[in-house]
Design a binder for this molecule. Structure first.
Ligand code: GUN
Length: 279
């Protein structure tokens, strides 16, 4: 039986630790405030934003919501972000993505001060991560490192294979695993003989965005499998990039979907918010 890596439990543990840390900070007169900006009302974004606000309330972080209409111009959004950069009472800024198509996302991300970039998306944060400097790290890959560490799974010297090269998951995941002294391979949609590479992984990170794509033939006996996928199958059920039933009997540890990587993203966002005020 594979070890089930319980993201729900581990994310709760992290939020509880942060809650205690925030309480201690409050006793010293230090508070944490996150500005959450949403443009338009994409239903998925609304759910994410609601969950982020709920997590803030739990941990003791003030969340300040900016809900802007779909017609907001790029200039108006830039001005709001610049105001939030200047506002000393705001520690972190999160602009929920995707933005409406008339707004240049990259420009907005670059407008957020790297000191308040709790998503870790700013090119300065990305650069800091790759050269091993302190800075904000993208929440999902940071959460995966915590899942591994808190499940007693070592990374040093392991053959780590990442399937997927997105800026939010695949690339920062590579930097983090490298920082932990893993031997890292990044595969992508143009990779030839994918299963030949993934089946040599001690730790396999699946971040492809294709429902149940990773079957047993992609996985080595006794591997650790982390499933970042959040897909809907034909019946509309949430499922990962890994065919759990097929893969689970073969591996030593695996994350479920839901309840694996998903809950970790918000826990790490809360950690990044607290990080803004840590000495
Ligand atoms: N949209 C989906 N995930 C995220 C995230 O982690 N951060 C932001 N800002 N937008 C998102």
């Amino acid at each position: 039986m594979a070890q089930l890596i319980d993201g729900k439990r581990i994310s709760q543990e992290i939020k509880d630790e942060l809650k205690i840390e925030v309480q201690k900070m409050e006793e010293q007169g230090i508070s944490v405030c996150l500005a959450v900006v949403q443009v338009g009302n994409d239903p998925a974004s609304t759910v994410y934003v609601r969950n982020k606000k709920k997590a803030c309330a739990y941990v003791g972080i003030e969340s300040r919501a900016y809900e802007l209409p779909e017609e907001t111009t790029e200039e108006e959004l830039v001005r709001l972000v610049e105001e939030l950069n200047q506002d000393a009472s705001v520690n972190g800024i999160l602009v929920q993505l995707p933005l409406p198509s008339h707004i240049d996302e990259d420009r907005i991300i670059r407008t957020i001060s790297p000191d308040k970039d709790v998503d870790g998306f700013h090119p300065v944060s990305v650069g800091r991560l790759w050269i091993g400097e302190k800075g904000f790290v993208s929440c999902t890959p940071a959460g995966i490192i915590q899942l591994l560490k808190r499940s007693g799974i070592g990374i040093e010297g392991k053959n780590c294979v990442i399937a997927g090269r997105s800026n939010i998951v695949g690339k920062p995941m590579a930097a983090l695993l490298l920082r932990e002294n893993g031997t890292v391979t990044v595969t992508h949609s143009r990779t030839k003989n994918l299963s030949e590479i993934t089946s040599k992984a001690d730790i396999l990170i699946a971040a492809i965005g294709k429902a149940r794509f990773i079957t047993a033939e992609y996985v080595k006996d006794g591997a650790v499998v982390i499933d970042v996928g959040m897909n809907r199958d034909e019946e509309g059920h949430l499922c990962g990039d890994v065919d759990f039933e097929d893969v689970e009997p073969k591996v030593s540890a695996i994350t479920p979907v839901p309840g694996g990587v998903g809950p970790m993203t918000i826990a790490m966002l809360m950690n990044n918010c607290v990080e803004t005020v840590r000495c």
